[in-house]
Design a protein around this ligand. Structure first.
Ligand code: FAD
Length: 388
């Protein structure tokens, strides 16, 4: 890579020539970029990818720096469990289907992704005195991806236009934004220089102080981080030879978290594998996170299910997988609690000086948070603010 004079002066000026930097990050220059401005996006989850997509549509020169070795963040997926992809984080579209077209933001593109809705007349199970009582499920607005996950949707409609701008294994540890440019230093001491940045790394990473800002974070951001109750989270998927569970089972939600057994095969091909899902965030995750994810976790979930279904779970168990979000090195939590103070995501969505912009599911500028659609909406708001 050739370093421009402007890059060299910025790096030399801030670190001192011969200082700590071991090199400069390579910039995949876009000669046609509007106004020659370069934007770095920190993080390649839903918000980072949506930001990149919108910048690409506007002809802005950008690059994404991602700490992990792949993109997706909390919409991680596996194709190695059963005969359909399994969403290990974000699973449902919680709002109307037209949201998918808004993410793509291009009327010439036809969205062919199939989505499965829920029938209010389906049965849901509630455990009362150790027995499952069945009731009409009622209306759930959620839509489930069929034969796909949120990540597959991004891979099909968003990633092809931005893939060559993603740089992986690049964990940003320091952001200097007091000068005419923003200088970022990663864990390998490589230095990256941009005119402006969009910060999308998760709030747990900010709360834990992984990233040093110079000048430091404003008081309003620090206060919001201090007050933020961030839920931990875990998902478990269990394959059985037959389906013994209703579409939803024992949904529990309170200020401490959420616990839900659900039909993870809902909407998939009728011949597809039968998979029961467990979604749990907050305190209710603790028992599952405390055990070994192999046989101990299997025994724990079967001990919970067997009394409810006459021992059928143990007789029909095939295999399971789990995702403990506390152990995901660059995320380390599920999301900002549903019951968090409503101004936290608003405060964290504010710019930090003229060059650092925020996008992400906890930086939404509004009264809702912790979902893929709010992460994407914050990206749209962020890009609008940058180029209004
Ligand atoms: C268990 C679970 C279930 C969920 N279910 C749903 C659901 O059904 N529907 C829904 O809409 N939402 C759901 N969500 C929430 C949804 O997944 C998230 O809100 C959304 O994916 C967050 O996107 P993001 O881009 O803001 O953050 P992330 O996806 O976390 O992306 C941030 C990226 O920044 C990277 N990063 C971190 N530190 C650094 C650094 N220092 N330098 C560079 N990169 C860094 C991370 O590796 C990550 O890739 C769920 C989440 C969880 C955990």
């Amino acid at each position: 890579m050739t370093i421009s004079r402007r890059d060299f002066l910025a790096v030399a000026g801030l670190l001192g020539v011969g200082g700590m930097a071991t090199g400069c990050g390579e910039w995949f220059t876009d000669e046609d970029a509007i106004g020659g401005e370069r934007v770095i996006i920190v993080g390649a989850g839903a918000a980072g990818m949506a930001t990149a997509h919108l910048l690409a549509q506007r002809g802005v020169d950008f690059q994404m720096l991602e700490a992990a070795s792949t993109h997706g963040g909390r919409i991680k997926r596996t194709n190695n469990f059963v005969d359909f992809p399994i969403p290990l984080g974000g699973e449902w579209l919680h709002v109307e289907e037209a949201t998918l077209a808004r993410i793509v933001n291009d009327d010439t593109v036809e969205i062919t992704q199939a989505m499965a809705a829920y029938d209010p007349d389906d049965l849901a199970g509630v455990v009362e005195d150790g027995v499952v009582a069945y009731r009409r499920a009622g209306s759930w607005p959620d839509l489930k991806f069929v034969g796909a996950t949120w990540l597959d949707f991004f891979d099909e409609y968003i990633v092809p236009g931005i893939a060559d701008r993603m740089v992986f294994d690049t964990q940003i540890l320091r952001i200097e934004h007091g000068g005419d440019e923003v200088v970022l230093t990663d864990a390998n001491n490589t230095v990256w220089v941009a005119d402006r940045i969009v910060f999308t790394a998760p709030m747990k990473v900010l709360q834990d102080g992984d990233i040093e800002f110079e000048p430091g974070l404003p008081a309003s951001h620090l206060d919001a981080l201090e007050r933020a109750d961030i839920w931990t989270g875990m998902k478990v998927f269990i394959e059985f030879t037959e389906q013994f569970w209703p579409v939803w089972l024992t949904a529990k939600l309170d200020r401490g978290g959420q616990h839900l057994w659900y039909d993870a095969s809902h909407g998939q091909d009728p011949d597809a594998a039968r998979v029961l899902g467990l979604f749990t965030v907050g305190d209710m995750s603790a028992p599952y996170q405390a055990v070994d994810p192999g046989d101990e976790l299997r025994d724990l979930v079967l001990a919970e299910l067997d009394p409810l279904f006459d021992g059928i779970p143990s007789q029909t168990y095939v295999q399971h997988i789990s995702q403990n979000w506390a152990n995901e090195p660059f995320v380390r939590a599920a999301y900002l609690a549903d019951y968090a103070d409503s101004d936290i995501s608003q405060d964290l969505g504010k710019n930090i000086g003229p060059r650092v912009f925020m996008a992400g599911c906890s930086y939404t500028r509004e009264y809702d948070w912790s979902s893929v659609h709010t992460a994407v909406r914050s990206a749209r708001d962020c890009v609008d603010e940058m180029y209004r």
